[in-house]
Design a protein around this ligand. Sequence first.
Ligand code: DGL
Length: 266
Amino acid sequence: MNNQPIGIFDSGVGGLTVAHAIKQILPGESIVYFGDTAHLPYGDKSEEAIRSYSKGITEFLLDHNSKVVLIACNSASASAFEYLKKEFENRVILIDVIDPVVEFLKTRKINRIGVIGTKRTISSGTYEKKLNKAIPATTVVSLATPLLVPMIEEGFIFDDISNAIIRTYLSNEILEGIQALILGCTHYPIIKNQISKIFNFNVEVIDSARIVSVILREVLDKNNLLNDTGIVKDQFFVSDYTPYFEKIAKMFFEGEINLQKSDIWS
Ligand code: DGL
């Protein structure tokens, strides 16, 4: 089983920020990635829709021999993780991007934590519920920042437009006094530096991709699933293909990538 790939999925190609972090921490592992570009954005979808898509994708990743399945998408982690665990608990180890961050924060003494994410992630209240349970003394505040995804995808990253949007969102009074900010969306690591700058580098900006990759390494190690064969093969699938997806995929993955179309929904 050790040479089987790590299955990773997201609503689109933003989850490649997580795939990139995994390749950094676990260079000896193969990955099979699925981006549901036919249905993105998940941030505006209902819980029911996201659960149903996530189930279909998990089946696809199992058909491709995944030894674990990682939900790279925050919106899917917030809405479908518990559901997927019930559906697939006997078949595969599932990892989300929220629980590892909650575990990480348990070790820190932070009084007030902010979370930003899509409308779906924030309205689900999943981060708050999990953080309140794990670290009850900490106040958790959250804010939906839906313009950030299209802004990043359209390449507005280091300019006046992105600065104005980021500043407007982050100066919301609900975030006043936070000591840490969780980037609760696949896309936000791309603008991590701009976000830190707006807080004058006084707020710890938490990018889950690296934290999740470290947990993944621990899980593989504990279950004797680390790939020790030296054979690495990565595959990247999308449910709808355009040259534009391929272009932005390179930005998120920070490297060359070949997207293959696999229309699992037809
Ligand atoms: N991948 C999504 C997330 O992390 C962002 C993009 C979308 O809304 O589909 O929540």
